[in-house]
Design a protein around this ligand. Structure first.
Ligand SMILES: [Cu+2]
Length: 139
């Protein structure tokens, strides 16, 4: 019984210490462009004026800027440029800003997508796996 409990403790320690480290290294090394892409590094764009397209670069892992602000209740044109997006980043989805997916195509390709937040709040646009995240704040 005592030995079993120690074993369990060891497993819990491994889970607590090793898994976050693996996750961290995965995120840091995932960027295809070779840039170190820290999760805590937030590049926040100035709020978009109504009618202006918002330009976002889609990287190998993540977005530049990584947060945008849009007016709630209005159609907004999101202009995405493929800046190294590949793998799962080549197909973008959202929790409710648009239907279907945005296909990123080849490096340098741009797409314009009409997005809309029905209510003020926090939304996301992500790779289809939900990992690379563009935070969208609707105000
Ligand atoms: Cu992904």
């Amino acid at each position: 019984m005592e030995i079993q409990m120690r074993k369990n403790t060891v497993y819990v320690f491994i889970a607590i210490l090793v898994l976050p480290l693996l996750g961290f290294f995965y995120l840091v090394t995932k960027d295809d462009s070779g840039q170190v892409n820290s999760v805590s590094e937030q590049n926040i764009a100035a709020p978009a004026l109504s009618g202006d397209p918002i330009e976002v670069d889609v990287l190998g892992f993540g977005f530049e800027p990584s947060q945008i602000t849009i007016p709630a209740g209005e159609d907004v044109v999101l202009k995405t440029e493929n800046a190294g997006a590949s793998g799962c980043m080549s197909s973008l989805i959202s929790n409710s800003l648009f239907n279907g997916s945005i296909q990123m195509g080849q490096d340098g390709d741009t797409q314009e997508t009409v997005i809309k937040a029905d209510k003020p709040g926090d939304y996301t646009i992500t790779c289809w796996m939900g990992m690379g995240v563009l935070n969208v704040k609707a105000i």
